[in-house]
Design a protein around this ligand. Structure first.
Ligand code: ATP
Ligand code: MG
Length: 454
């Protein structure tokens, strides 16, 4: 490997640091990725310059974190540092600045992340690689290897367990045998990680191609059970879909199919991964009664635990809840609209994608079960703007209360629901006068208004 490909602005920042008499190197994931021929998202520079000197050298830069990382025009510049004592298996108790690039590299997690390219400040030698742990050889061998003693590395920071699985998945690397064995021995340390961090890593892991790769690595290294017991519980649960595949295989195949059918849709990936999460709990006599209902609850709790935003938890749980719909060609148009009403018109596209992925994960064609026809009929209902939700009604709760002279309360909601049902069956009834007269009749049947009043 010769000179790495480094963008002009990164090169200029290095020159500026060298010009100021400071050691400066490109380091970390950006160097790793560029050496692999991948395009790095962001660039990291490590330097002997102290944070206050960095702020002076790069006008307009600012502190990025409490460790003195300075952010300058999209670049992260960090003073060489040494980490001390990992009391909580997560973050260093203390960091001190250092003048040595070797020291800075020694605190990093994996050899491929512990390569630097640059030079010292005073010397005017050409920039070169500093690679004390053999990271470039591991890049060539496509091996992920912990820096130094792997047990110690994972003991210091349990997040490295997850980073390891995620990086191996993304880079399509093997995990070196000693490192892999240490991951297994230290798997229990994940209990020290904050659920948010676990959630972030899971999301990143699902960005690998195929997304199941990281989860399989977690399983092989013994991390799946302590991290995601709901997923580990799927191993060994039988499926009569693809011969030789159990429930976990089916979930992972569905996940991978979702990534192929609709790339870049995190929520769909989560739903695909979790769609059958209710099966282990409901398994009885070869069946899984109500696994959709139970699964929606488990999926919601699973994601909430990982600090996934509430809306996202609800959306995924709803996809899990409705993933068992059974379309038949005999459905009337009103049945299509009722289906849309039930699953939510805004979720139906994703639900159909989930089913397509589930089909593929079951060894069928994506559109099995006349999914293409259902998709076309859903589209037709949308195009004719058929009313499907309360917002589509030709009147709202205020109109009802005013016209009927009834007070706010649950009865208003019940009337609106009933009106919606009626217009879903007969869209032509979605006219204010018709709705009011229906509502008036029902309200009097319900004893809300006196017969003949108003
Ligand atoms: P990505 O950006 O794709 O998540 P990365 O390896 O660049 O991967 P960053 O979080 O950007 O990860 O960190 C940059 C570098 O900092 C890493 O390459 C590694 O050298 C070091 N590093 C990050 N996290 C840790 C950690 N938990 N322990 C040790 N070193 C770490
Ligand atoms: Mg990075």
């Amino acid at each position: 490997m010769t000179e790495p490909h480094i963008p002009a602005d990164v090169r200029a920042a290095l020159e500026r640091l060298w010009g100021g008499g400071h050691a400066a190197y490109v380091v970390g994931g950006s160097l790793r990725d560029t050496l692999l021929g991948r395009t790095p998202a962001d660039w990291d520079i490590a330097t002997s310059a102290r944070p206050d000197a960095l702020l002076r050298l790069f006008p307009g830069s600012h502190y990025e974190n409490r460790f003195g990382t300075v952010s300058a025009g999209g670049l992260e510049i960090t003073t060489f540092r040494r980490d001390h004592r990992y009391g909580d298996h997560r973050r260093p108790d203390e960091v001190t600045f250092s003048d040595s690039v070797e020291e800075d590299l020694a605190r990093r997690d994996f050899t491929v992340n512990a390569i630097a390219w640059g030079r010292e400040g005073e010397s005017h030698r050409e920039p070169s690689f500093v690679d004390p742990t053999g990271g470039r050889a591991d890049l060539d061998a496509r091996l992920l290897r912990a820096v130094g003693d792997p047990d110690m590395r994972f003991d210091e920071d349990a997040l490295r367990l997850l980073r390891g699985a995620r990086l191996a998945a993304h880079l399509e690397f093997q995990i070196e045998a000693e490192t892999r064995a240490a991951m297994g021995r230290r798997a229990g340390l994940v209990s020290y990680l904050s659920p948010e961090r676990i959630g972030q890593e899971l999301r990143k892991m699902l960005g690998a191609q195929p997304p199941s790769r990281g989860l399989r690595i977690l399983e092989e290294t013994g991390l799946l059970e302590p991290l995601f017991p709901e997923l580990a519980a799927q191993r060994g649960i039988p499926q009569n879909k693809i011969p030789g595949m159990d429930l976990l295989d089916h979930s992972l195949a569905t996940l991978d199919a979702a990534a192929r059918l609709a790339p870049g849709r995190q929520r769909l990936l989560l739903a695909a991964l979790l769609h059958d999460v209710g099966k282990p709990e409901t398994y009885a006599d070869g069946h899984f009664p109500d696994h959709d209902v139970v699964g929606a609850r488990i999926a919601d709790a699973f994601l909430a635990r990982l600090a996934v935003p509430r809306r996202e938890c609800e959306a995924v749980a709803s996809l899990v809840r409705w993933h068992m719909f059974g379309y038949e060609q005999g459905w009337s148009d009103a049945a299509i609209r009722r289906f849309l009403r039930r699953v939510g018109p805004h979720r139906v596209e994703e639900l159909l994608l989930l089913r397509a992925a589930d089909n593929v994960g079951s060894g069928k064609s994506p559109d099995a079960g006349h999914l293409d026809e259902l998709r076309a009929r859903v589209q037709a209902e949308r195009e004719r703007h058929a009313p499907m939700s309360l917002a589509d009604l030709a009147l709202d709760g205020h109109d009802l209360m005013e016209a009927l002279g009834i007070p706010p309360g649950p009865a208003v909601g019940r009337l609106l629901e009933r009106l919606l049902e009626s217009v879903i069956s007969e869209p032509d009834r979605n006219r204010r006068e018709i709705l009011l007269s229906d509502a008036r009749r029902w309200a009097s049947e319900m004893g809300l208004v006196e017969t003949g009043a108003s």
